[in-house]
Ligand binder design. Structure first.
Ligand code: ZN
Ligand code: ZN
Length: 348
């Protein structure tokens, strides 16, 4: 018997989200029922519900930055208990058998991971996300939130946190490394905090100096405006790693020129248009241009443990559910410092 729960969902790609109800499946033997406390608003939520990334099935409740409390577990569940503080990120399942899943890189499942919302679940139903009071998720895709991180500031870590943690780790951000973060939004502000906590020397590259004070407070040592063309000549050949969090089309070859020998520019922003790359910008410095998608379940746990150890959370503005549409407009206008988080008790 599925359970009906309160949610905020888009009735179509052209309408505002509204208060409604959605169905959650019965708690199966491997499932965990989570009482959602907070759900972050990610830019991807907006793109998805508005059909920017392809047609969707409606009504659709987005949300893949979920933090809450376990209220029921299935008979086979061993990883979580009732009362545990847990999170769910961008995926709720994968095949579990391909070489990428076996390596703990479920996000790169060769059969495609199951997205937390708007994806076809194993039973054929369409997954519904975190803008709701409860969610049922198979235990392997539920992650423990350590004591020491409040649930509201933990929620955005499940997407914005892991999306930036994974490439920072993979490309060796740490003491002695110069790391630049392009864009100081939801992803960028976490990238700055994480890279600084890893011990790297962090520089923010932002369109203007409007958020400079914030950037330095969050852990950056330097802050440059990319609208100032001197920035690209002054910083040429400087960085070991650049994480690009911007989803607009940037002049990538100019940014590649900022890399030191063997440096890497990693895109986590996803512009709709192709990015032109001048091969000379890569060859002349043995540079790499790469991409990275969220992180695996094991690595997401590692990220949350790292954040607890370093007392890191997202900078959030907690809102009630009736402010979601307004929040969307503000996200699109880059008017948020730095993540909206929905208090899901306001859905009741
Ligand atoms: Zn996201
Ligand atoms: Zn797989």
């Amino acid at each position: 018997m599925p359970t009906t729960v309160n949610a905020y969902a888009a009735p179509s790609e052209s309408e505002d989200l509204i208060a409604t109800t959605i169905e959650r499946r019965d708690v199966g033997p491997d499932d965990v029922l989570i009482d959602i406390k907070f759900a972050g608003i990610c830019h991807s939520d907006i793109h998805t519900v508005r059909g920017d990334w392809g047609p969707q099935t409606y009504p659709l409740a987005p949300g893949h930055e979920i933090a809450g409390i376990v209220t029921e577990v299935g008979s086979n569940v061993t990883k979580h208990s009732v009362g545990d503080r847990v999170g769910v990120g961008c995926m709720v399942n994968s095949c579990g058998e391909c070489k990428n899943c076996e390596a703990g890189e479920e996000q790169y499942c060769l059969k495609g991971n199951t997205g937390t919302y708007g994806a076809k679940d194993r039973d054929g139903s369409i997954t519904q996300g975190g803008y709701s009071t409860h969610i049922v998720v198979t235990e392997d895709f539920v992650i423990r939130i350590p004591e020491g991180i409040d649930l509201d500031v933990a929620a955005p870590l499940l997407c914005a946190g892991i999306t930036t943690f994974s490439p920072l780790k993979r490309w060796g951000a740490g003491p002695g490394k110069k790391v630049a973060i392009v864009g100081l939004g939801g992803l960028g502000h976490m990238a700055v905090k994480l890279a600084a906590a890893m011990g790297a020397e962090v520089t923010v590259l932002s369109q203007s100096l409007k958020k400079q004070e914030d950037g330095l407070r969050l852990g950056a040592k330097h802050y440059y405006a990319t609208s100032d063309e001197n920035t690209f000549s002054d910083l040429a050949g400087s960085f070991d790693l650049i994480i690009n969090t911007v989803s607009a089309t940037l002049p990538i070859s100019d940014y590649l020129g900022l890399l030191a020998l063997d440096g890497a520019l990693v895109n986590v922003g996803a512009p709709a248009e192709p990015l032109p790359v001048n091969a000379f910008a890569l060859i002349g410095g043995r540079r790499s241009f790469a991409g990275s998608l969220i992180g695996g379940i094991r690595e997401t746990q590692e990220m949350l443990d790292f954040c607890a150890e370093h007392h890191l959370g997202a900078e959030v503005e907690v809102i009630s559910a009736d402010k979601i549409n307004e929040a969307y407009e503000r996200v699109l206008a880059s008017d948020v410092r730095y993540r909206f988080v929905i208090d899901t008790s306001t859905l009741n």
